[in-house]
Design a protein. Structure first.
Length: 441
């Protein structure tokens, strides 16, 4: 055999091996996307269960627990008719119409097809759904709860609201790319109660990790938007930037951020029910969650969530900035910046928050407030620049709020006052730069 023939033969073998590898990968991706799926029963193909009032009422409660209306209602649109743009790092996704309109909503869907969407992330036509719809969390809910939710949705008045096409960038707008993502990061699951834990703890775990999908915001994500799995629940709750609203969802497993292991159950329940508690308020996206969702939960479920959150394993507290690194204790530019921040604070902030950050007339105290000293200054910047209110709730019907200062203060001034409150009154957090303010817009 000549050398040319040998090279040709080796090239053919390499090509065959590559083809086999590609076929194996394609087969694995395809299998991962259909594994565990049962055949669905289209509407009208068999007897549909009759939705009684009690089932629909239970579904309405679950819809509030999941804050469905928050994403599935565009500004000025009909409730649950979809069309709201949800920002992602990969482009905009538009929520779907959940009303029972035959042409643009769920009118032709069956309970079986709805269950497949919740549990497997597939639409009625079999198309793969983008995980901005949090089926990686909803996959844990029971079939009974899925059927109850569907029964309630069918009681809504139908609204004609055509689905807007997503505006995802290439290649994230392709079904094959989504299939690969799912093969790597999504496995349909069920909720399994943890042995040795109380019924309340397991109920709280079911709500937090399932229908309430708290970890959709509070779990860190990798470059492809998948939640980063870690060793245990503490790793799964370590905080993440919520791209849809550009706020940081703090870690639920750190006392430096939003961990509540050191709170008592009443304090956690108060925060979820009213949006305010002795140790803090909620603002930003969490204020919307309290307004639309958690304030409407019953006492049993609020207590269950509190028990679960208080039991989350806590990560080690981060070290604060060394005393010598504090902006106000250095010379030169840092001392000048601290003085500039103090001047802005005295002019615009002290009347409400107190001269020493102690809070005045019921306004939020900043001294000792962990929301001010988190490693990420993102929320401090957002609060100063864009303002925000605690939610209006039965227990807090006239919430105090923070006015926006972006029309009054420039980036340098916002950075200076943010640095001041993060390093005054014994705080030891890192200073803020004007570039940080620009990034937080």
């Amino acid at each position: 055999m000549t050398s040319a023939a040998r090279r040709t033969g080796m090239a053919g073998m390499a090509a065959a091996a590559a083809a086999m590898l590609v076929a194996a990968v394609v087969g694995w991706v395809a299998w991962r996307n259909v594994a565990g799926q049962e055949p669905v029963q289209p509407r009208g193909a068999g007897p549909e269960s009759t939705a009684d009032a009690a089932l629909a009422q239970r579904g309405a409660y679950l819809a509030r627990a999941g804050n469905c209306q928050g994403c599935h209602t565009r500004r000025g649109g009909a409730p649950n008719a979809g069309g709201r743009a949800i920002a992602t790092p990969f482009g905009a996704v538009y929520s779907s119409n959940l009303t029972p309109d035959d042409d643009t909503g769920l009118g032709r869907w069956s309970a079986s097809e709805f269950w497949r969407a919740m549990h497997h992330g597939r639409s009625r036509d079999g198309r793969l759904l983008v995980p901005a719809f949090p089926y990686p969390n909803f996959t844990r809910i029971t079939r009974e709860d899925s059927d109850a939710l569907f029964a309630w949705l069918r009681t809504l008045p139908p609204v004609r609201e055509p689905q807007r096409a997503h505006e995802l960038r290439f290649p994230y707008n392709l079904q094959p790319a989504l299939a690969v993502w799912r093969a790597l990061y999504f496995t349909p699951g069920v909720f399994v109660p943890e042995p040795g834990r109380s019924a309340a703890y397991n109920r709280g775990s079911y709500l937090v990790n399932g229908i309430a999908h708290c970890m959709a915001c509070h779990a860190p994500r990798n470059a492809l938007g998948a939640t980063r799995e870690g060793p245990g629940e503490a790793a799964a709750a370590q905080g993440s930037l919520v791209s849809a609203q550009n706020w940081y969802a703090p870690s639920l497993s750190s006392a430096d951020e939003a961990g509540v292991a050191h709170w008592n159950g009443d304090e956690v329940v108060a925060l979820l029910r009213t949006g305010v508690a002795p140790r803090g308020w909620v603002m930003g996206p969490m204020a919307e969650v309290v307004f639309r969702s958690t304030q409407h939960l019953n006492e049993r479920d609020l207590r269950a969530i509190a028990e679960y959150l208080r039991a989350l394993p806590q990560v080690a507290a981060r070290a604060t900035v060394p005393q010598r690194g504090r902006m106000g204790e250095q010379s030169g530019r840092r001392t000048e910046a601290f003085a500039a921040g103090a001047k802005v604070y005295e002019k615009h902030c002290a009347a409400c928050h107190g001269g020493r950050g102690e809070g005045a007339d019921g306004y939020l105290a900043l001294a000792g407030n962990r929301a001010v000293t988190m490693a990420s200054p993102h929320n401090v910047i957002k609060a100063i620049r864009d303002g925000g209110f605690a939610p209006t709730t039965l227990g807090n019907p006239q919430p105090m709020g923070m006015p926006p200062f972006h029309g009054v203060l420039g980036d340098e001034e916002i950075a200076a006052v943010a640095s001041f409150i993060r390093q005054a009154w014994g705080h030891g957090a890192a200073p803020v730069q004007a570039l940080d303010v620009l990034r937080a817009r």
